[in-house]
Design a protein around this ligand. Structure first.
Ligand SMILES: [Zn+2]
Length: 265
């Protein structure tokens, strides 16, 4: 099961690379075979195997010898590792809600990987990916509620908790965007925070935001100390929100147990 998810993750990761490339070039996803970015030669199937081809070709195009971006194997490996981890963390054989939980995580991983890479490279987030993430989160939370046995009260469900959490997170980030005139955060971050709130629910929103701002601050300070960034230079915040969403999706229950304040009970 874990192995199958890993291989599935490699294939999905390879597809995500195509989607990312097409987002950047404006082509539609279904336009033909993969080509080398440098020499435009069609890539043979045996040179297009996720991860393995990059290793065998030593990161160079077989036709023109141009270096292939590290982004391709990195996205493939990250997707595969996260898929396998999701299976190990979430899947319980024969349990419907754990299957929904797993599907929820796999979809989030695919969508958020796109957002992570695109924001890192371009300092902006494609709106289509944000809509996909919001839609997927609400759909899966609805399924988790609808197929719960016995069916939970709506106001006890994670769908309700998520809608409240998402609303609060969106308004908080919208205020940051508005008052900073988009210098601290962009609107993309606000929509991404909505996804974080949906996944975390209002109960885990505070630890989730602490995680995002905490890792963001540590990285920011680290880059300044290493001399790679100046105090005023911008670092995209999306990747930290993405990391927080995935961490909560995979390890939310652990945090819930550790952070059991009477306040939230
Ligand atoms: Zn080439």
């Amino acid at each position: 099961m874990i192995f199958i998810l890993f291989v599935l993750g490699l294939l999905v990761g390879s597809f995500l690379n195509v989607v990312l490339f097409r987002f950047e070039s404006g082509e539609t996803v279904v336009s033909g075979r993969s080509r080398c970015n440098a020499c435009r030669q069609t890539i043979a199937w045996y040179d297009n195997i996720p991860l393995l081809s990059f290793i065998f070709l030593r990161g160079e195009c077989r036709q023109c010898g141009e270096r292939i971006s590290w982004q391709y194997p990195a996205v493939e490996f990250a997707t595969a590792a996260l898929f396998a981890l999701s299976g190990a963390r979430l899947y319980v054989p024969g349990n419907t809600s754990s299957s929904i939980e797993l599907a929820f995580a796999l979809g989030l991983i695919a969508i958020l990987t796109i957002i992570f890479v695109y924001d890192l490279v371009h300092m902006e987030i494609p709106m289509a990916a944000l809509w996909a993430g919001i839609f997927w989160a609400i759909l899966m939370l609805f399924f988790l509620w609808y197929f719960s046995l016995p069916r939970e009260m709506f106001f006890d469900s994670r769908l309700w908790d998520g809608l409240i959490g998402g609303g609060i997170a969106f308004l908080f980030f919208y205020a940051l965007v508005f008052f900073s005139r988009e210098t601290w955060m962009g609107m993309g971050d606000a929509w991404l925070a909505l996804i974080l709130g949906l996944v975390a629910g209002w109960q885990l929103l505070l630890p989730a935001l602490t995680l995002a701002f905490g890792t963001g601050a540590v990285f920011g300070i680290g880059l300044i100390l290493l001399g790679k960034k100046q105090m005023q230079s911008r670092i995209p915040f999306g990747p930290f929100l993405v990391a927080a969403v995935l961490f909560i999706a995979l390890f939310g229950r652990i945090i819930q147990d550790v952070w059991q304040f009477p306040l939230w009970a």
